[in-house]
Design a protein. Structure first.
Lengths: 422, 547
């Protein structure tokens, strides 16, 4: 098939790049390689939580932090993308979320501090409104609420950690559990099952009743696992707050993450409904290059190989999970040019001794030009009409600094700009 | 006066110590087992789980082979639920292997090992993954898979029901003596540091590769050579039966299917200390390369982790090296040899023959104590009761598999989806004071041993530490992180393909979604992990010296 600009990717990077092209009046085709596990892990847009991977001090103003980061590290992917791409991309995303029926809030000027499922305060930036009441800069007591037989959010663990860590232990944090109407604890049920159940008004009111009876503190806010609706989450959250008589905030659970499902399913569907062509579940595995330009890329779709020809290409994969690069025992290559991105004498070299430290493997990627083109050792683009966003960029490690969403937006937006100019 | 008294103190909570404890209690002798870590946390739990038919030893070590034959048959009777009757194949893939075949066949005959040569086509019909390199195949029906964790737990629980006590995380730091006779041991709790004395009439040193350290407390020498073996775990079984290379036992020549995985084994490298077990890349590579000569799919299967165990080879004084050394065992009567009455060591051997080792040492100690009751461990089954715990390993029937008659069971909630561990499987152990860490839970339930390597279940288990045990958030979070770190130590040696992608998911979940790295900083200022590697004091390494 022929296209104007082809975007390859399954995560926020690819969605932002595609939307940018769509809003600019271009005709993008989104090549979606399939469900990535990260799909289930996304919850909020983290822009910059910490200035480096080891400091304990959260960033208060993410946009200021990003400027500082760029000044300190001119090779950082944020520096390649630029602050303007982060700002314009975020505005584009927030507008898009509104248009697609989401209710999100946040500004690049301020981080929120939200409790995670382990009860750890975490700085994050753009969030669904259903999470907002969890902000730890507010002072009301928190009651974490769990359900009998539901293992993917443990209120007692969250409370035990937050009670001590939040404001020096000077705030009230407790945990309660209620049983769920009609749910047998000895039957397997997942977060998705629960999210569907919460769309049923009778079920929801019954749970609200049980919580109202259990929570004694009228002034407390309720921290719930993020299972308040799968598709009608705005209504479910608002109704549930009324029915319980408390502010309620959602907390991302272990996968499958309902927050991630809501976000990706609806944005992808919105793209389709507004006329963007998508090629489903088709990983790209080869690029044909001649005279310094990419002529076409080849997809593995069901039962056959499919070439896609475009004027420009955006490689917007998130990381190894969705195939930004592929690792053998010694050699790491990209899936398009089969270019050697890294070589290691032993696989263990790719890792730190501790899981909780920055991992060398996370930074693997293409060296890129100022225009986000993948370049060879001499600094020449592998193909002048190919642009990289997301985890394919060398040095792209959002984990320790908690910047996954922001880096996805900035590089996705910038790559789209460059692709349009190509 | 000692804090408590018993008949015999058994040191070591591996298969040998657990077997000795059970043997003692079956003979009516009061006993306490002390173990410095968890049960099966040393050699036993790190074995590959091959229940040896004896075929591996029948040429070079006939006595060991004969013991394997007999003990394998006994274990199938007394420890039914710990054995999976996979059978095994010995396969030749080279000319040298073919030269070994007549010796192998003769050895099997001498040792009484059932062995049948079958056509390669027939073997491939049964095991479609057999490599095209395979030239000759022998079917050895008495190879099997032995679940080492459950074997130890089965022995210990059987002994506990008969009045024995078990103290894990309890290290022996000294002995009390009455003249030349042992009158007790002094122990220290590894977590609290609390010291306790136990009075006794006899001590059995069943600490395997650690025997020398215990004996040294009494100024006597036990020469055990710790020999490291590295293994690689694949996420699928690849074969129904155990696959052995038909040649002189060497590196990377067995593939053991166990439950849902296959284990590639193993290497043999002398190490200075039983706790210094570095995993080298050339070992991992060798296991995969050699395994691929026998089975297709070894190179493309998902390698989940690598791990290292240590063999406690007893130095019989011969000039033998590593694998050349006998896998046989010896009872050391320190009363006769060193003039220390009431102290006996049991050294060497292997998991397959643990029961026989226990029988021999218990025979001697019982005789010294004037107990004439004969050993019955070859007849009395481990699971000589009928309650829930004995059913732990019968999970498929309880997990909602359709029953041929009657109602279909609903799919039950799982705490570990990879290994099908239910919340109630864990609940029992959360109540057991011997269980201290989430690794201990893993050893008993297999939670965290599947492809995701505890990414998901570690959170649920940390939650249960709070709800079931009432520990604080700091302890629970640390337990979760420690569990993940232990898994990580194995994962990082097979860090490519699917397992690399898995690690990225684990990091995204724990570091990004949960922000656990920052939670940990509260207790461990960065950089985390510095000074935590190894954990073996320098003097301990020095004390062993060069073997």
């Amino acid at each position: 098939m022929k296209a104007d600009i082809a975007v390859v990717g399954s995560g926020l990077t690819a969605l932002v790049a595609t939307r940018t092209l769509q809003k600019a009046g271009r005709n993008p085709v989104l090549i979606w390689p399939g469900l990535s596990s990260l799909y289930f892990l996304y919850a909020t847009v983290d822009v910059l939580g910490y200035m480096n991977a080891t400091t304990a001090q959260p960033v208060e103003e993410p946009v200021t932090g990003v400027r500082q980061l760029i000044a300190d590290n001119p090779d950082h992917p944020y520096a390649r993308a630029g602050v303007a791409a982060l700002q314009d991309g975020s505005n584009l995303l927030l507008d898009w979320l509104r248009e697609a029926g989401f209710n999100w809030q946040g500004t690049l000027a301020r981080n929120l501090l939200l409790p995670t499922a382990t009860g750890t305060p975490k700085p994050t930036c753009l969030v669904p409104t259903s999470m907002l009441a969890g902000d730890l800069q507010r002072v009301e007591p928190i009651v974490f609420c769990g359900f009998d037989g539901y293992q993917d959010f443990i209120p007692e663990l969250a409370a035990a950690n937050l009670a001590r860590g939040w404001n020096g232990g000077h705030r009230t944090v407790t945990a309660v559990r209620v049983s769920l109407p009609g749910v047998k604890p000895d039957r397997l049920f997942t977060s998705i099952d629960l999210a569907r159940s919460f769309e049923d008004a009778t079920f929801r009111r019954d749970v609200a009743d049980r919580l109202r009876r259990t929570v004694k503190d009228d002034g407390a806010r309720l921290g719930m696992p993020a299972v308040l609706g799968l598709t009608h989450d705005n209504d479910v959250h608002a109704e549930f707050e009324k029915e319980t008589g408390h502010p309620v905030f959602e907390i991302p659970t272990v996968p499958p993450s309902v927050l991630g499902l809501r976000l990706f399913d609806r944005l992808r569907r919105h793209l389709q409904e507004t006329g963007v062509e998508m090629i489903w579940a088709a990983p790209a595995h080869d690029a044909e290059v001649a005279n310094g330009r990419c002529l076409r890329i080849h997809l593995k779709s069901a039962g056959r190989e499919q070439p896609v020809e475009a004027r420009a290409y955006i490689l917007a994969l998130e990381d190894a999970v969705d195939g930004a690069w592929r690792a053998g025992a010694h050699t790491v290559r990209d899936p398009f040019f089969h270019y050697v991105l890294a070589q290691h004498a032993t696989p263990a070299e790719r890792t730190d001794e501790s899981l909780f430290q920055p991992q060398p493997f996370a930074t693997i990627g293409y060296p890129v030009s100022d225009r986000l083109q993948p370049i060879d050792k001499n600094g020449s683009p592998l193909a002048a009409n190919v642009f990289v966003a997301g985890g394919g960029i060398a040095g792209y490690d959002p984990t320790g600094i908690k910047a996954r969403g922001g880096m996805a937006i900035a590089t996705g937006y910038r790559a789209a700009q460059e692709a349009m100019a190509a | 006066m000692p804090d408590t008294s018993t008949g015999v103190v058994v040191i070591g909570g591996g298969s040998t110590g657990a077997g000795v404890l059970r043997d003692l209690t079956l003979r009516g002798i009061d006993a306490i087992l002390v173990e410095k870590g968890d049960l099966a946390s040393g050699t036993t739990g790190r074995s590959h789980g091959l229940l040896h038919s004896g075929g591996r030893y029948c040429v070079n070590d006939l006595a060991a082979a004969i013991e394997c034959v007999e003990e394998g048959r006994i274990l199938r009777r007394i420890a039914r639920t710990t054995v999976e009757d996979t059978g095994g194949y010995f396969v030749s893939v080279s000319e040298e292997d073919e030269a070994w075949e007549p010796r192998f066949v003769e050895g099997c005959q001498k040792a009484g090992i059932t062995c049948e040569r079958i056509p390669v086509e027939e073997a491939r019909r049964r095991e479609p993954a057999l490599s095209t390199h395979v030239r000759t195949v022998f079917w050895v029906p008495e190879d099997g898979h032995l679940d080492p964790f459950y074997l130890v737990v089965g022995n210990v629980e059987s002994a506990r029901r008969r009045g024995a006590q078990i103290r894990t995380y309890t290290e022996v730091i000294g002995f009390t003596r009455n003249g030349n006779r042992i009158s007790g041991v002094l122990t220290r709790d590894a977590v609290t540091g609390e010291e306790t004395s136990i009075g006794c009439q006899a001590v059995i040193n069943a600490t395997g590769a650690w025997s020398g350290f215990v004996a040294r407390l009494l100024d006597v020498e036990v020469k055990v050579v710790p020999v490291k073996g590295v293994m690689v775990v694949l996420s699928r079984r690849l074969a129904h039966a155990a696959i052995n290379r038909c040649h002189k036992p060497g590196d990377g020549d067995i593939v053991v299917p166990g439950l849902s995985v296959a284990i590639l084994g193993t290497t043999a490298v002398k190490v200075p200390h039983p706790e210094v077990l570095p995993i080298e890349w050339n070992e991992v590579q060798l296991l995969i390369d050699e395994g691929a000569k026998m089975l297709d799919g070894v190179t493309t299967a998902r390698a989940m982790r690598a791990y290292a165990g240590v063999r406690p080879l007893y130095d019989l004084g011969a000039e033998a090296e590593g694998r050349e050394m006998s896998r046989n065992f010896a009872v050391i009567d320190h009363e006769e040899r060193d003039g220390i009455a009431g102290f006996t060591s049991i050294v060497g051997g292997k998991v397959t023959t643990y029961r026989l080792m226990a029988e021999r040492v218990t025979d001697l100690v019982a005789r010294r104590l004037g107990v004439t009751t004969a050993c019955t461990t070859a007849e009395v089954p481990l699971n000589d009761r009928d309650d829930e715990m004995d059913q732990l390993r019968h999970r498929p029937a309880q997990l909602g598999m359709p029953k041929p008659h009657g109602e279909e069971l609903a799919l039950q909630p799982l705490l570990c989806e990879c290994e099908l561990v239910r919340p109630q499987d864990v609940e029992t152990w959360m109540k057991d004071p011997a269980v201290r860490t989430l690794e201990d839970i893993r050893r008993r339930t297999r939670s965290g041993m599947g492809p995701c390597q505890a990414a998901i279940c570690s959170y649920r288990l940390a939650g249960r530490m709070v709800t079931d045990r009432g520990v604080d958030g700091r302890t629970a979070t640390r337990a979760m992180a420690d569990f993940l770190e232990t898994r990580w130590r194995g994962v990082r040696h097979v860090f490519w393909g699917s397992q690399l992608r898995q690690a990225q998911v684990t990091a995204a979940l724990h570091l990004e979604l949960f922000n656990v790295d920052r939670q940990l900083q509260e207790y461990f200022p960065p950089p985390l992990g510095e000074g935590q590697g190894g954990g073996v004091p320098a003097e301990a390494v020095e004390a062993v010296g060069q073997p």
